[in-house]
Design a binder for this molecule. Structure first.
Ligand code: SAH
Length: 395
């Protein structure tokens, strides 16, 4: 090396600003790129330092807006092992349920909620669908699969990495089997009903497991007419059809509704399906003077970002207002929001405003959220996204 020239050595650690440090100290696992002072050029697992020393170990990706995703706050000399330990813990939490109901559906790994950055593993009757959104974790996926099949009775694992957020990490989109032979679809038991999960072509990982316990909660309600709005493949509707004489499932996706009909047939149940924009449908029903005994509202996330919040607030209010008007006195509104931007207090504010505008009272029967297999980290609002309220309409 010529004298006077310093050799350039790539940093083997990430250094964050004091603002980034205070997030990690408060145990929010994410540090944005704008709060990073220095880091390696390559994505990987690295220690993160603040002005006062080591803060955490994280999945690091300099190409991502969320450059640091912490998975451990204590020192380690084997970062991979620590990450796999988090996986072991996640699997241990679900093991008893999977073994008690091997034909059921469970979330095995809930990303940050299980200290496994951007990693989701959903179990559907012995078949697991994996989604990963962190470039740093990508090389570890074979070890993730190895650990999974050692710990749980799993017949196949499919990587369904087709979510657009992967491009923000510089990752490609691909759907490919990682283990075993992946069937096109599988029947999943949920309490008294079964629904079919299209492993290869369904929305998300194939179904919405976060609402499993809320769907089961509606068992025991009964009456004449029930409505399942934003129904997808009829998940709530199948449960409602146990207790209501007539059940209508509404969705804008014809494909999802065709599968709702298949699901109903498979269970020996009857459903009416309506392909429509939910807002339009509810308006029409009001005009027609129809009344319902129970309405489920499970809309997609209207607020995808904080900027959308005002518009989303109005949309949530509108669907709830319309549903409240369609319910008979004493009727039940089972309503959800899966936008973490619409916080729980805001969600209840929306409902209170909608009820006030309809000149009706809403009596809270129960405040619920996502199922236990979607753990929430307090202080990390991104992990607490699903709100679910069970309300009774009073005049
Ligand atoms: N309730 C379902 C999940 C619903 S996901 C379950 O428990 O499994 C949201 C659904 O809303 C999707 O199926 C999507 O096709 C549908 N959707 C989105 N926008 C819509 C709109 N404007 N009108 C009707 N359906 C809509």
């Amino acid at each position: 090396m010529p004298p006077g020239l310093l050799a350039y050595t790539a940093p083997v650690k990430v250094r964050v600003s004091s603002r980034g440090a205070s997030r990690l100290l408060a145990r929010h696992p994410w540090v944005y790129r704008s709060d990073v002072l220095e880091g390696p050029e390559q994505a990987g697992l690295y220690p993160v330092y603040g002005p006062k020393g080591l803060l955490a170990w994280a999945a690091w990706n300099p190409a991502s807006e969320i450059a640091v995703r912490a998975f451990r706050y204590r020192p380690t000399d084997d970062a991979e092992r620590s990450l796999l330990d988090n996986l072991e813990r996640a699997l241990a939490l679900r093991k008893a349920s999977v073994e008690a109901e091997p034909g059921g559906g469970f979330r095995l790994v809930h990303a940050e909620g299980d200290s496994l950055p951007a990693l989701v593993l959903d179990y559907y009757a012995g078949h697991v669908v994996l989604q990963s959104g962190s470039a740093a974790l990508e090389p570890l996926l074979p070890r993730v699969v190895e650990t999974l099949i050692e710990r749980l009775p799993v017949q196949s694992v499919l990587a369904k990495n087709d979510q657009r957020t992967r491009t923000l990490e510089g990752l490609g989109l691909e759907v490919k089997p990682l283990f075993g032979s992946v069937p096109e679809g599988v029947w999943v038991q949920e309490g008294p009903v079964q629904y079919r999960v299209d492993l290869l072509s369904g929305q998300k990982t194939g179904a919405f497991l976060d609402q499993r316990e809320n769907r089961l909660r509606l068992r025991g309600f009964g009456g004449e007419r029930a409505l399942d709005v934003f129904s997808y493949h009829g998940s709530f509707a199948l449960h409602l059809a146990q207790g209501f004489r007539s059940v209508t499932a509404v969705d804008s996706s014809a494909d999802a509704l065709a599968r709702a009909q298949d699901n109903a047939r498979h269970n020996g149940l009857e459903l009416t399906t309506v392909e429509a924009n939910a807002f339009e449908f509810l308006r029409q029903e009001e005009k027609a003077g129809h009344k319902y005994d129970l309405i489920v509202l499970d809309p997609p996330a209207f607020a995808k970002s904080k900027r959308d919040l005002e518009r989303a607030y109005a949309a949530y209010k509108e669907v709830n207002l319309r549903a409240i008007k369609l319910l008979r006195e004493g009727g039940i509104l089972a309503t959800a929001s899966c936008s973490h931007h619409l916080t729980e207090p805001l969600f209840y504010e929306v409902l209170a405003e909608a009820a006030a505008d309809a000149h009706r009272s809403l009596r809270v029967l129960e405040r619920r959220g996502q199922g236990w297999d979607h753990p929430v980290l307090l202080g990390v609002p991104e992990t607490h996204y699903l709100k679910f309220a069970l309300l009774e309409v009073r005049d």
